[in-house]
Design a protein. Structure first.
Lengths: 251, 91
Protein backbone atom coordinates (compact mmCIF):
# COMPACT_ATOMS: atom_id res chain seq x y z
CA UNK A 1 0.00 0.00 0.00
CA UNK A 2 1.35 3.38 -0.95
CA UNK A 3 1.63 5.93 1.83
CA UNK A 4 2.17 9.67 1.80
CA UNK A 5 5.93 9.25 2.25
CA UNK A 6 6.22 7.86 -1.25
CA UNK A 7 4.42 10.81 -2.77
CA UNK A 8 6.43 13.24 -0.63
CA UNK A 9 9.60 11.58 -1.86
CA UNK A 10 8.45 11.87 -5.46
CA UNK A 11 7.54 15.52 -5.00
CA UNK A 12 10.88 16.34 -3.39
CA UNK A 13 12.70 16.21 -6.71
CA UNK A 14 12.65 19.44 -8.68
CA UNK A 15 11.57 19.49 -12.31
CA UNK A 16 14.40 19.88 -14.81
CA UNK A 17 14.83 22.85 -17.08
CA UNK A 18 15.20 22.34 -20.84
CA UNK A 19 18.97 22.95 -20.62
CA UNK A 20 19.39 20.53 -17.69
CA UNK A 21 17.50 17.84 -19.64
CA UNK A 22 19.82 18.21 -22.63
CA UNK A 23 22.93 18.16 -20.43
CA UNK A 24 21.75 15.08 -18.52
CA UNK A 25 20.71 13.39 -21.74
CA UNK A 26 24.18 13.81 -23.18
CA UNK A 27 25.79 12.46 -20.00
CA UNK A 28 23.44 9.43 -20.05
CA UNK A 29 24.44 8.74 -23.64
CA UNK A 30 28.03 8.59 -22.42
CA UNK A 31 27.12 6.02 -19.76
CA UNK A 32 26.83 8.27 -16.71
CA UNK A 33 24.76 6.33 -14.13
CA UNK A 34 24.35 9.27 -11.76
CA UNK A 35 22.86 11.37 -14.55
CA UNK A 36 20.51 8.52 -15.42
CA UNK A 37 19.37 8.24 -11.82
CA UNK A 38 18.77 11.98 -11.59
CA UNK A 39 16.77 12.01 -14.82
CA UNK A 40 14.59 9.17 -13.53
CA UNK A 41 14.03 10.73 -10.11
CA UNK A 42 13.20 14.14 -11.51
CA UNK A 43 10.54 12.65 -13.78
CA UNK A 44 8.88 10.35 -11.24
CA UNK A 45 6.07 12.88 -10.82
CA UNK A 46 5.12 12.44 -14.47
CA UNK A 47 5.16 8.64 -14.06
CA UNK A 48 2.80 8.87 -11.07
CA UNK A 49 0.51 11.28 -12.93
CA UNK A 50 0.20 8.93 -15.91
CA UNK A 51 -0.38 5.92 -13.66
CA UNK A 52 -3.18 7.79 -11.87
CA UNK A 53 -4.81 8.68 -15.19
CA UNK A 54 -5.10 4.99 -16.04
CA UNK A 55 -5.97 3.89 -12.51
CA UNK A 56 -9.51 5.26 -12.80
CA UNK A 57 -10.15 3.32 -16.02
CA UNK A 58 -8.75 -0.06 -14.91
CA UNK A 59 -9.11 -2.66 -12.21
CA UNK A 60 -5.34 -2.83 -11.54
CA UNK A 61 -3.77 -1.51 -8.35
CA UNK A 62 -2.15 1.94 -8.33
CA UNK A 63 1.14 0.47 -7.08
CA UNK A 64 1.35 -1.83 -10.09
CA UNK A 65 0.53 0.95 -12.50
CA UNK A 66 3.15 3.27 -10.98
CA UNK A 67 5.66 0.44 -11.19
CA UNK A 68 4.90 -0.11 -14.87
CA UNK A 69 4.97 3.61 -15.55
CA UNK A 70 8.40 3.78 -13.89
CA UNK A 71 9.65 0.97 -16.11
CA UNK A 72 8.47 2.95 -19.12
CA UNK A 73 10.30 5.98 -17.71
CA UNK A 74 13.55 3.98 -17.40
CA UNK A 75 13.20 2.82 -21.00
CA UNK A 76 12.62 6.40 -22.15
CA UNK A 77 15.68 7.63 -20.24
CA UNK A 78 17.81 4.98 -21.95
CA UNK A 79 16.54 5.83 -25.44
CA UNK A 80 16.21 9.62 -25.15
CA UNK A 81 18.16 11.58 -27.73
CA UNK A 82 18.64 15.18 -26.45
CA UNK A 83 19.87 16.44 -29.79
CA UNK A 84 16.54 15.91 -31.52
CA UNK A 85 15.15 19.03 -29.92
CA UNK A 86 12.00 17.82 -28.16
CA UNK A 87 11.23 17.80 -24.45
CA UNK A 88 11.94 14.67 -22.43
CA UNK A 89 8.44 14.59 -20.93
CA UNK A 90 6.86 14.49 -24.41
CA UNK A 91 9.04 11.55 -25.38
CA UNK A 92 8.83 9.68 -22.08
CA UNK A 93 5.07 9.91 -21.70
CA UNK A 94 4.61 7.65 -24.76
CA UNK A 95 6.82 4.94 -23.23
CA UNK A 96 5.10 5.20 -19.86
CA UNK A 97 1.61 5.03 -21.38
CA UNK A 98 2.64 2.08 -23.53
CA UNK A 99 3.90 0.11 -20.50
CA UNK A 100 0.82 0.94 -18.42
CA UNK A 101 -1.58 0.05 -21.27
CA UNK A 102 0.22 -3.22 -21.84
CA UNK A 103 -0.02 -4.06 -18.15
CA UNK A 104 -3.73 -3.24 -17.99
CA UNK A 105 -4.53 -5.26 -21.11
CA UNK A 106 -2.52 -8.20 -19.83
CA UNK A 107 -4.19 -8.27 -16.43
CA UNK A 108 -7.77 -7.23 -16.98
CA UNK A 109 -9.23 -10.30 -18.74
CA UNK A 110 -10.22 -13.80 -17.56
CA UNK A 111 -6.97 -15.17 -18.98
CA UNK A 112 -3.67 -13.49 -19.64
CA UNK A 113 -3.52 -12.90 -23.39
CA UNK A 114 -0.37 -12.97 -25.49
CA UNK A 115 0.74 -9.73 -27.11
CA UNK A 116 -0.64 -10.45 -30.58
CA UNK A 117 -4.05 -11.41 -29.19
CA UNK A 118 -4.12 -8.22 -27.13
CA UNK A 119 -3.32 -6.29 -30.27
CA UNK A 120 -6.26 -7.96 -32.10
CA UNK A 121 -8.54 -7.11 -29.19
CA UNK A 122 -7.40 -3.50 -29.16
CA UNK A 123 -7.83 -3.21 -32.94
CA UNK A 124 -11.30 -4.80 -32.68
CA UNK A 125 -12.37 -2.23 -30.09
CA UNK A 126 -11.02 0.61 -32.20
CA UNK A 127 -12.63 -0.71 -35.39
CA UNK A 128 -15.96 -1.22 -33.60
CA UNK A 129 -15.93 2.37 -32.36
CA UNK A 130 -15.16 3.73 -35.84
CA UNK A 131 -17.80 1.50 -37.43
CA UNK A 132 -20.44 2.64 -34.93
CA UNK A 133 -19.62 6.28 -35.62
CA UNK A 134 -19.88 5.77 -39.38
CA UNK A 135 -22.87 3.42 -39.66
CA UNK A 136 -24.72 3.97 -36.39
CA UNK A 137 -24.74 0.30 -35.41
CA UNK A 138 -22.42 -2.32 -33.95
CA UNK A 139 -20.66 -4.46 -36.57
CA UNK A 140 -21.31 -8.20 -36.62
CA UNK A 141 -18.51 -10.62 -35.82
CA UNK A 142 -18.20 -11.47 -39.52
CA UNK A 143 -17.94 -7.82 -40.56
CA UNK A 144 -15.38 -7.09 -37.86
CA UNK A 145 -13.29 -10.12 -38.84
CA UNK A 146 -13.38 -8.89 -42.45
CA UNK A 147 -12.23 -5.39 -41.45
CA UNK A 148 -9.35 -6.74 -39.33
CA UNK A 149 -8.51 -9.50 -41.80
CA UNK A 150 -8.57 -12.23 -39.13
CA UNK A 151 -10.66 -15.39 -38.82
CA UNK A 152 -14.01 -15.25 -37.03
CA UNK A 153 -12.87 -18.03 -34.68
CA UNK A 154 -9.79 -16.11 -33.58
CA UNK A 155 -11.74 -12.90 -33.09
CA UNK A 156 -14.45 -14.69 -31.08
CA UNK A 157 -11.83 -16.37 -28.88
CA UNK A 158 -9.86 -13.20 -28.27
CA UNK A 159 -12.88 -11.02 -27.45
CA UNK A 160 -14.29 -13.70 -25.14
CA UNK A 161 -11.02 -14.14 -23.24
CA UNK A 162 -10.56 -10.37 -22.95
CA UNK A 163 -13.88 -9.90 -21.16
CA UNK A 164 -13.71 -8.82 -17.57
CA UNK A 165 -14.88 -11.32 -14.97
CA UNK A 166 -17.81 -10.27 -12.80
CA UNK A 167 -18.00 -11.03 -9.10
CA UNK A 168 -21.48 -12.43 -8.50
CA UNK A 169 -21.20 -11.83 -4.77
CA UNK A 170 -20.16 -8.19 -5.12
CA UNK A 171 -22.59 -5.79 -3.41
CA UNK A 172 -24.71 -3.63 -5.68
CA UNK A 173 -25.23 0.02 -4.93
CA UNK A 174 -28.85 1.10 -4.97
CA UNK A 175 -30.74 4.31 -4.26
CA UNK A 176 -32.31 2.88 -1.10
CA UNK A 177 -28.92 1.77 0.21
CA UNK A 178 -29.93 -1.89 0.07
CA UNK A 179 -27.52 -4.73 0.68
CA UNK A 180 -28.21 -6.85 -2.39
CA UNK A 181 -25.44 -8.65 -4.23
CA UNK A 182 -24.97 -8.75 -7.98
CA UNK A 183 -26.37 -12.24 -8.62
CA UNK A 184 -29.63 -11.22 -6.95
CA UNK A 185 -30.18 -8.53 -9.57
CA UNK A 186 -29.77 -10.81 -12.61
CA UNK A 187 -33.04 -11.35 -14.48
CA UNK A 188 -34.34 -14.92 -14.64
CA UNK A 189 -35.22 -15.26 -18.30
CA UNK A 190 -36.80 -18.67 -17.79
CA UNK A 191 -39.59 -17.17 -15.65
CA UNK A 192 -42.34 -15.21 -17.38
CA UNK A 193 -43.31 -11.71 -16.33
CA UNK A 194 -46.32 -12.00 -13.94
CA UNK A 195 -48.11 -9.03 -15.59
CA UNK A 196 -47.75 -10.65 -18.96
CA UNK A 197 -48.95 -13.94 -17.56
CA UNK A 198 -52.13 -12.28 -16.21
CA UNK A 199 -52.77 -10.54 -19.55
CA UNK A 200 -52.30 -13.80 -21.42
CA UNK A 201 -54.68 -15.60 -19.06
CA UNK A 202 -57.31 -12.90 -19.65
CA UNK A 203 -56.85 -13.17 -23.39
CA UNK A 204 -57.07 -16.94 -23.26
CA UNK A 205 -60.33 -16.62 -21.34
CA UNK A 206 -61.63 -14.30 -24.07
CA UNK A 207 -60.62 -16.80 -26.73
CA UNK A 208 -62.46 -19.64 -24.95
CA UNK A 209 -65.54 -17.48 -24.52
CA UNK A 210 -65.37 -16.44 -28.16
CA UNK A 211 -65.04 -20.05 -29.32
CA UNK A 212 -68.01 -21.13 -27.23
CA UNK A 213 -70.15 -18.43 -28.88
CA UNK A 214 -69.41 -19.79 -32.38
CA UNK A 215 -71.75 -22.12 -34.23
CA UNK A 216 -70.32 -25.54 -35.22
CA UNK A 217 -70.18 -24.33 -38.82
CA UNK A 218 -68.13 -21.27 -37.86
CA UNK A 219 -65.88 -23.37 -35.68
CA UNK A 220 -65.17 -25.76 -38.55
CA UNK A 221 -64.40 -22.94 -40.99
CA UNK A 222 -62.19 -21.17 -38.44
CA UNK A 223 -60.28 -24.33 -37.70
CA UNK A 224 -59.91 -25.19 -41.37
CA UNK A 225 -58.64 -21.69 -42.06
CA UNK A 226 -55.99 -21.96 -39.34
CA UNK A 227 -55.13 -25.58 -40.03
CA UNK A 228 -56.35 -26.91 -36.66
CA UNK A 229 -57.98 -29.95 -38.25
CA UNK A 230 -56.18 -33.00 -36.83
CA UNK A 231 -59.21 -34.29 -34.92
CA UNK A 232 -61.89 -32.55 -37.00
CA UNK A 233 -62.88 -35.60 -39.06
CA UNK A 234 -63.48 -37.68 -35.94
CA UNK A 235 -65.26 -34.99 -33.89
CA UNK A 236 -69.02 -35.84 -33.70
CA UNK A 237 -69.91 -32.17 -33.11
CA UNK A 238 -68.71 -31.38 -36.62
CA UNK A 239 -70.25 -34.34 -38.43
CA UNK A 240 -71.95 -33.71 -41.77
CA UNK A 241 -75.40 -34.34 -40.27
CA UNK A 242 -74.84 -31.76 -37.53
CA UNK A 243 -73.66 -29.15 -39.97
CA UNK A 244 -76.60 -29.72 -42.31
CA UNK A 245 -78.98 -29.57 -39.37
CA UNK A 246 -77.49 -26.23 -38.31
CA UNK A 247 -77.76 -24.90 -41.84
CA UNK A 248 -81.41 -25.88 -42.00
CA UNK A 249 -82.06 -24.20 -38.64
CA UNK A 250 -80.54 -20.96 -39.93
CA UNK A 251 -82.67 -20.93 -43.09
CA UNK B 1 -46.40 -15.01 -58.96
CA UNK B 2 -48.24 -17.11 -56.38
CA UNK B 3 -50.09 -14.85 -53.97
CA UNK B 4 -50.48 -15.84 -50.34
CA UNK B 5 -53.83 -17.17 -49.21
CA UNK B 6 -55.66 -14.37 -47.48
CA UNK B 7 -57.03 -10.89 -47.89
CA UNK B 8 -55.36 -7.52 -48.26
CA UNK B 9 -55.67 -5.11 -45.38
CA UNK B 10 -53.85 -2.08 -43.94
CA UNK B 11 -51.15 -4.42 -42.69
CA UNK B 12 -50.74 -6.71 -45.72
CA UNK B 13 -52.03 -10.22 -46.16
CA UNK B 14 -53.34 -12.47 -43.46
CA UNK B 15 -51.81 -15.79 -44.34
CA UNK B 16 -53.72 -18.93 -43.53
CA UNK B 17 -53.29 -22.67 -43.85
CA UNK B 18 -56.34 -23.19 -46.04
CA UNK B 19 -57.82 -20.88 -48.71
CA UNK B 20 -61.54 -20.10 -48.92
CA UNK B 21 -61.94 -22.27 -52.04
CA UNK B 22 -60.39 -25.26 -50.28
CA UNK B 23 -62.62 -24.66 -47.26
CA UNK B 24 -65.73 -24.48 -49.45
CA UNK B 25 -64.73 -27.73 -51.21
CA UNK B 26 -64.18 -29.45 -47.85
CA UNK B 27 -67.53 -28.27 -46.54
CA UNK B 28 -69.35 -29.18 -49.75
CA UNK B 29 -67.86 -32.70 -49.60
CA UNK B 30 -69.25 -33.01 -46.07
CA UNK B 31 -72.73 -32.02 -47.19
CA UNK B 32 -72.72 -28.32 -46.34
CA UNK B 33 -72.73 -26.84 -49.83
CA UNK B 34 -71.01 -23.49 -49.92
CA UNK B 35 -68.91 -21.39 -52.27
CA UNK B 36 -65.70 -19.49 -51.47
CA UNK B 37 -67.55 -16.23 -50.70
CA UNK B 38 -69.74 -17.97 -48.15
CA UNK B 39 -66.64 -19.57 -46.62
CA UNK B 40 -65.15 -16.10 -46.23
CA UNK B 41 -68.37 -14.70 -44.77
CA UNK B 42 -68.59 -17.53 -42.23
CA UNK B 43 -64.92 -17.04 -41.32
CA UNK B 44 -65.34 -13.27 -40.90
CA UNK B 45 -68.46 -13.82 -38.82
CA UNK B 46 -66.45 -16.15 -36.55
CA UNK B 47 -63.61 -13.63 -36.30
CA UNK B 48 -66.05 -10.84 -35.46
CA UNK B 49 -67.48 -12.92 -32.62
CA UNK B 50 -63.96 -13.62 -31.39
CA UNK B 51 -63.04 -9.94 -31.50
CA UNK B 52 -66.24 -9.00 -29.66
CA UNK B 53 -65.27 -11.44 -26.95
CA UNK B 54 -61.74 -10.02 -26.74
CA UNK B 55 -63.06 -6.45 -26.57
CA UNK B 56 -65.46 -7.46 -23.80
CA UNK B 57 -62.63 -8.93 -21.73
CA UNK B 58 -59.94 -6.36 -22.40
CA UNK B 59 -62.24 -3.32 -22.29
CA UNK B 60 -60.43 -0.06 -23.02
CA UNK B 61 -57.19 -1.73 -24.04
CA UNK B 62 -58.74 -3.32 -27.15
CA UNK B 63 -59.74 -1.64 -30.47
CA UNK B 64 -63.34 -0.45 -30.41
CA UNK B 65 -64.65 -1.74 -33.75
CA UNK B 66 -64.99 -5.55 -33.71
CA UNK B 67 -65.51 -5.79 -37.47
CA UNK B 68 -62.40 -3.74 -38.18
CA UNK B 69 -60.39 -5.79 -35.71
CA UNK B 70 -61.70 -9.02 -37.25
CA UNK B 71 -60.26 -8.04 -40.65
CA UNK B 72 -56.86 -7.10 -39.24
CA UNK B 73 -54.27 -9.75 -40.19
CA UNK B 74 -52.38 -9.08 -36.97
CA UNK B 75 -55.49 -9.82 -34.95
CA UNK B 76 -56.14 -12.95 -37.01
CA UNK B 77 -52.63 -14.27 -36.53
CA UNK B 78 -52.83 -13.50 -32.78
CA UNK B 79 -56.09 -15.44 -32.53
CA UNK B 80 -54.52 -18.25 -34.52
CA UNK B 81 -51.56 -18.55 -32.15
CA UNK B 82 -53.82 -18.52 -29.07
CA UNK B 83 -56.11 -21.12 -30.63
CA UNK B 84 -53.11 -23.25 -31.50
CA UNK B 85 -51.94 -23.03 -27.89
CA UNK B 86 -55.42 -23.86 -26.61
CA UNK B 87 -55.72 -26.89 -28.91
CA UNK B 88 -52.24 -28.13 -28.03
CA UNK B 89 -53.24 -28.02 -24.33
CA UNK B 90 -56.41 -29.95 -25.04
CA UNK B 91 -54.76 -32.71 -27.09
Amino acid sequence: MLDNRFFEEVGRHQLLSREEEVALGRRIKNGDQQAREKMVLCNLRLAVKIAKEFYDKSSCSLEDLIQESNLGLCKAVDLFDPDRGYKFSTYASWWMKQRVRQHILGNSGIARLPGNARMVNWQAKKATKEYEQEFGRTPTLKELAGILNVSEGLLRGVTTCAKRPVDLDAPVRSADGGSRVFHETIEDKTTRNPDRKIDEARLMRAIYEGMSSLTPREQVVLRLRFGLVDDLKHDPRFSASNLILEKQENL
Amino acid sequence: MVMPKGQTFDHGYATATMGYREISEFMTERGDKMNHSTARNVFMSAMTKMSESVIRVLGDEAPLDPQHAAKDPRFQSAIESYLREAYSKET
